[in-house]
Design a protein around this ligand. Structure first.
Ligand code: ATP
Length: 146
């Protein structure tokens, strides 16, 4: 028995497929979702979603969002989401550097821009940490639509 999983970000469908288990970074902590799970609605922390199917695992970064669990489907709506195999490390490093240089100047006259750069720094740190921890050398992205 499997459960359908859909990971959708603001700009695309990042993953869709039938899987054995989905592990999500829920507001109350990491949560494993198996087929026939009771309905739950939770916000997501910045973290990783793990999807396992047939002994293989795919890992996705999610920069906040919500997850709706139903017995036959988990729908993850994330502000940003990427399969860790598709993360461009140079881009994340450049984003981190840009944000750090801006934030190092201290509180600016434009507080909105400050918040934007703080959020960009969190996203780039999330991507770089996840690649360091979870990326495997064999690049395989089943179910992903690019
Ligand atoms: P950046 O500051 O590098 O642009 P961002 O988080 O602001 O990062 P957006 O421009 O908002 O990125 O995102 C556009 C698309 O690019 C989204 O689908 C996002 O998931 C993806 N994306 C962002 N950074 C990376 C990355 N380092 N590797 C792969 N995809 C990325």
């Amino acid at each position: 028995m499997t459960i359908r999983c859909e990971i959708i970000s603001q700009d695309r469908t990042v993953f869709t497929g039938d899987v054995d288990i989905v592990v999500i970074p829920g507001a109350g902590g990491e949560m494993g979702v198996l087929p026939r799970h009771a309905p739950v609605l939770t916000t997501l922390k910045f973290g990783v979603v793990k999807v396992r199917v047939g002994g293989k695992e795919e890992v996705f970064t999610v920069a906040g969002g919500v997850a709706e669990v139903q017995p036959e489907i988990v729908t993850i709506l994330a502000d940003r989401a990427e399969n860790i195999q598709e993360i461009d490390v140079s881009r994340a490093e450049a984003a981190k550097k840009r944000a750090e240089e801006f934030l190092a100047k201290g509180i600016p006259t434009d507080p909105d821009r400050y918040l934007v750069m703080e959020a960009a720094l969190r996203r780039s740190n999330l991507r770089l940490d996840a690649v360091r921890r979870y990326r495997k050398s064999d690049v395989r992205i089943p179910g992903s639509e690019k």
